[in-house]
Design a protein around this ligand. Sequence first.
Ligand SMILES: CC(C)(COP(=O)(O)OP(=O)(O)OC[C@H]1O[C@@H](n2cnc3c(N)ncnc32)[C@H](O)[C@@H]1OP(=O)(O)O)[C@@H](O)C(=O)NCCC(=O)NCCS
Length: 175
Amino acid sequence: MIIETKRLLIRDFKEEDWSRVHSYCSDEEVTKYTLWGPNSEGHTKDFINKSISAQYINPREKHELAITIKTTNDLIGNCCLNIEGSNAEIGYCFSKNYWGNGFATEVANILLKFGFKQIGLHRIYATCRPQNVGSARVMEKIGMKKEGHLREHVRSKNRWQDSYIYSILVQEFEC
Ligand SMILES: CC(C)(COP(=O)(O)OP(=O)(O)OC[C@H]1O[C@@H](n2cnc3c(N)ncnc32)[C@H](O)[C@@H]1OP(=O)(O)O)[C@@H](O)C(=O)NCCC(=O)NCCS
């Protein structure tokens, strides 16, 4: 599948993407607030292989996608839309070379449009660690509302971690 935005092409992963994905998924700064990482080569290859396998499951629930810049073909990050009935969770991660250009907002917005208009979802949500100010700001900018602070929600990196949860309902979405 391919989704286009003004500046970006969001597409299914291919096996050969792994090294470009690994360059940022192995970065400690990029993975500071993610529940995974920093990745070993094995982790990244496994992630790409699982993402590719999910492309063949019908109906498709997991959409783990590569984000590339249209003009240069640079692979700058990845995003996901994972369907759970009439709900879906979205997520995103970018190489730090591309932070601060509005790319996360552009991607998150188009994932909402895809989820609501094309798939017919009712609610889309996302979580982040409370310290991840940038990620929380992206969720606010795309119109999500903060639903709560989940205490010791997930265990990751050898500790219990809190989450903020944000969501948007179909009737709140303006495209
Ligand atoms: C968080 C992340 C996705 C933001 O991506 P980005 O492309 O830089 O975000 P945008 O440029 O669309 O910025 C959106 C808003 O967040 C703000 N923002 C982004 N990073 C920020 C930070 N570290 N601190 C404070 N604000 C930040 C921007 O200023 C902008 O707000 P504004 O328009 O009001 O100025 C990116 O830093 C990233 O990939 N981080 C590592 C992976 C990660 O944490 N993913 C999320 C897991 S929950």
